[in-house]
Design a protein around this ligand. Structure first.
Ligand SMILES: [Zn+2]
Length: 215
């Protein structure tokens, strides 16, 4: 399948993009600069992993004032959870990717959503994704399928899958909201990464994880 994979430079989307390639798909990655503080490190991570995996990387820019969220404003207090919200970000990224895909002959758009029990961002959750997918079924001249292959996986399972492909995905992708190489250690993404304790994963566990990938 000719797939456009939305890549943000972090663990989830990098794992997805490389996993799709290992499954034999014709994968192109798509990264968007929407003014995020971490743009430079995100892009460097995307570029490095795509180049080593032999994946083409397309980029796009969003020229819009995105407000005072700490994700786009380095002066905003990152410790204030209410300032870590950037409403509609995933909705915008999905729309840009889907439009790019429909106009460039792609069959599918892939996004690294996974099962997220805490539901911090509504548009990063499966109910939103399913409704958006239905909307796109009636909204495009050139049909594009929207896929979230890791939708049934918990975050730590996604990390285990990443490690089974290449341990440098967890170690060297840029997951942090800040532009600090190695991460700030304080934002929600850094905290999630720090909570993952690497250990030898049994093949039976990996088999169970792989069996729940939805593609
Ligand atoms: Zn961080």
């Amino acid at each position: 399948m000719k797939i456009l994979s939305l890549l943000g430079g972090g663990i989830d989307s990098t794992t997805l993009t490389i996993w799709l390639k290992t499954q034999g798909h014709d994968v192109t990655a798509f990264w968007v600069n929407y003014g995020q503080v971490a743009a430079r490190n995100e892009y460097d991570s995307c570029s490095e992993f795509c180049s080593s995996a032999g994946i083409d990387l397309e980029t796009a820019s969003l020229m819009m004032d995105m407000g005072s969220s700490s994700i786009v404003n380095s002066e905003t207090d990152k410790n204030d959870r209410t300032k870590n919200v950037l409403d509609g970000r995933n909705a915008i990224l999905l729309s840009m990717g889907t439009s790019f895909a429909a106009n460039h002959g792609f069959e599918a758009v892939a996004i690294g959503y996974h099962h997220e029990p805490d539901k911090v961002f509504p548009d990063a959750c499966i109910p939103f994704f399913d409704q958006y997918s239905k909307l796109m079924e009636v909204g495009l001249v050139n049909p594009v399928k929207l896929i979230a292959p890791f939708r049934n996986l918990l975050r730590y399972e996604l990390f285990m899958l990443a490690d089974s492909i290449d341990t440098s995905i967890v170690d060297h992708t840029h997951t942090c909201y800040d532009n600090i190489i190695g991460g700030c250690g304080k934002c929600s993404h850094c905290i999630q990464k720090a909570s993952y304790v690497r250990s030898v994963t049994l093949e039976s566990v990996l088999k169970s994880i792989r069996s729940r990938i939805d593609l």
